[in-house]
Design a protein around this ligand. Structure first.
Ligand code: AHM
Ligand code: MG
Length: 345
């Protein structure tokens, strides 16, 4: 279902107004989910501000800490993580959070009310690109609490992606954009820095049916198994039965995904001999982007199964990922699992 918001191409619609109009389509809504989205938009503006001034403010580069994945944390990663936690912990709408940068669940402090939603996020995706001024992003996923106690528990976080009630990302690029879905289509907002507001710029985004771009890190080719190598040959038109996709790889998932969402194509991060479970995280990266891509008419698979149907077993679970235009994802699924059918939303 796509949301009907009455505005013309020249209407100026702030993200706040859009969220309110979207909420009106749900008479049963309490406003809590809307509140989470406002607070995330605020956190995004604060992070955008830090990203923009990073080169001048001595906040580039690595800290001495490693995160739970054994990766060196970048200073901006740490800042973005703190900004989101501080923007979200006191609103009374969340019962717990989980971040790619934190080993365990982040509980809501006792002095604040707990709400009925859980937030999972990657505060600054693509952070290895920060020092070279390449776009980075924030990715988020919201699910409803299913356990009975006051605080959120691991069980609340480990729900399959199809149960997400909202998901989105922010791309800190030549402009800052926030793109989100609550299951009523995908909508994009561009930050107007002169007034500090996200304005509706891309209503009802649809991914083109046919791919234009292939985003994959080819340097892993020697580590791929034969089925992955055959998929890549097909995408590159080397089998002679289709035209070649154009290769584009930023190495910043949000930037690669955003380009392919607008232009059509596929982002692939297959498993390889060194990372047999894939690299990307199911809860913080694959699930939210898969909810968005399906809402935009595309698809996402781990090669065997629709991403949104995967039952998570760990907070920091990794997954292979093929995401983008439906026909391209089906090629991967057919080659790996031997069957093209992807469950449809
Ligand atoms: P991060 O969340 O630690 O930044 O890692 C995820 C990033 C993605 O943004 C990107 O698609 C991928 O890692 C790039 O990995 P590689 O350098 O192996 O191609
Ligand atoms: Mg990431």
């Amino acid at each position: 279902m796509t949301i009907v918001v009455k505005h013309t191409a020249t209407s100026v619609v702030t993200i706040e107004r859009f969220i309110i109009e979207e909420e009106r389509n749900h008479p049963e809504a309490t406003g809590e989910l809307s509140g989470i989205l406002y607070d995330l938009a605020l956190a995004a503006k604060m992070i955008a501000n830090k990203v923009r001034s990073a080169g001048l403010a001595d906040i580039l580069g690595a800290t001495e800490n490693e995160n739970v994945h054994g990766e060196v944390q970048q200073r901006l990663d740490v800042l973005a993580n703190e900004i989101i936690i501080k923007a979200m912990d006191h609103g009374g709408r969340l019962c717990a959070m989980a971040s790619e940068e934190e080993p365990g669940i982040i509980q809501i402090p006792d002095e604040f009310k707990c709400g009925k939603y859980c937030l999972m996020f990657d505060p600054l995706d693509g952070s290895s690109n920060i020092d070279v001024n390449v776009p980075v992003g924030t990715i988020f996923s919201v699910v409803r609490k299913i356990t009975r106690g006051r605080h959120g528990e691991l069980e609340d976080m480990l729900q399959p992606g199809r149960r997400q009630v909202a998901a989105g990302y922010v791309i800190y690029g030549s402009s800052t954009m926030m793109v989100y879905t609550t299951g009523q289509g995908v909508h994009g907002f561009t930050l107007d820095p002169s007034i500090g507001e996200f304005l509706l710029s891309h209503p009802n985004l649809r991914i083109p049916e046919n791919g234009r771009y292939l985003s994959v890190n080819d340097s892993y080719e020697q580590l791929w198994d034969d089925s992955v190598k055959s998929i890549m040959r097909k995408y590159k038109g080397l089998d002679g039965d289709r035209r070649a996709l154009s290769t584009r790889y930023v190495g910043s998932l949000v930037a690669d995904f955003h380009r392919n969402l607008l232009g059509g194509g596929i982002f692939a991060y297959p498993s390889n001999k060194k990372t047999p479970k894939g690299k990307l995280r199911l809860l913080y990266e694959a699930n939210p982007l898969s909810f968005i891509v399906e809402q935009a008419g595309g698809a996402a698979s781990n090669g065997h199964q629709r991403i949104l149907d995967v039952e998570p077993s760990e907070l920091h679970q990794r997954t292979p990922l093929y995401i983008g235009s439906r026909s391209e994802v089906e090629i991967a699924q057919r080659a790996i699992a031997g069957q093209p059918e992807l469950a449809v939303v």
